[in-house]
Design a protein around this ligand. Sequence first.
Ligand SMILES: C[S@@+](CC[C@H](N)C(=O)[O-])C[C@H]1O[C@@H](n2cnc3c(N)ncnc32)[C@H](O)[C@@H]1O
Length: 218
Amino acid sequence: MSDQIKSRERVQEHGEVFTNPREVNAMLDMVKQETERIESRFLEPACGTGNFLIEIIRRKMAVVAQRYRKSLLEYERYTFLAASSIYGVELLEDNARECRSRLLKFVDGEAARAFKDKVEPALHDAVSFVLERNILCGDALTLKASDGEPIIFSEWSLATGDRVKRRDFRLDELLEGSNKQPSFAQLTWDWDEEIHAFIPAPIREYPLCDWREVRACG
Ligand SMILES: C[S@@+](CC[C@H](N)C(=O)[O-])C[C@H]1O[C@@H](n2cnc3c(N)ncnc32)[C@H](O)[C@@H]1O
């Protein structure tokens, strides 16, 4: 089997044919500026083992390394931001798991390359938690997670200093919100001038906390 195919059965049952790096790069180059913006959010609805997401994090982390190579604290903070801006949905649990561990290994490797053993273990733990929340096993057609509940994604935004704000949204509402006027029951949704769409209200907001403590805050 090639790198693009795990088995004939998986191709037949799930259309599982992975995209090769040359095509991934050509497609991402169409939105090159966004892939190099550290906080720019990407969602891949059938992410497989993460061929697109790994290239996106590679591009973002190249910018982080170039901009913050002189300050470990800034490097760690913006690495957290880069990792927390990447989202995926994947039907098969083994692929979702592989995707998370590939991304985490890549982030760990880049951080070690930039700052060797000075990197705080908290970075590994925080990125690991964020990837558990951001790369979900579920169905991108029904927008349900593997437990049958609606897919819920967390938005992570850096506030002042090292503090991060987490807000949870239902994916079905986010997708619906961009297409139509909110109904009467959804009057709390905000109009976003920049993207010209209604943004649904979060289903849950968390208190600000240090990025190193996101696992405990969740
Ligand atoms: C053609 S592969 C592409 C994987 C990856 N995007 C890439 O380019 O390498 C399609 C992937 O979508 C997954 N998949 C199929 N149906 C899905 C669904 N309804 N929701 C989420 N993922 C799905 C498959 O398991 C497979 O990993």
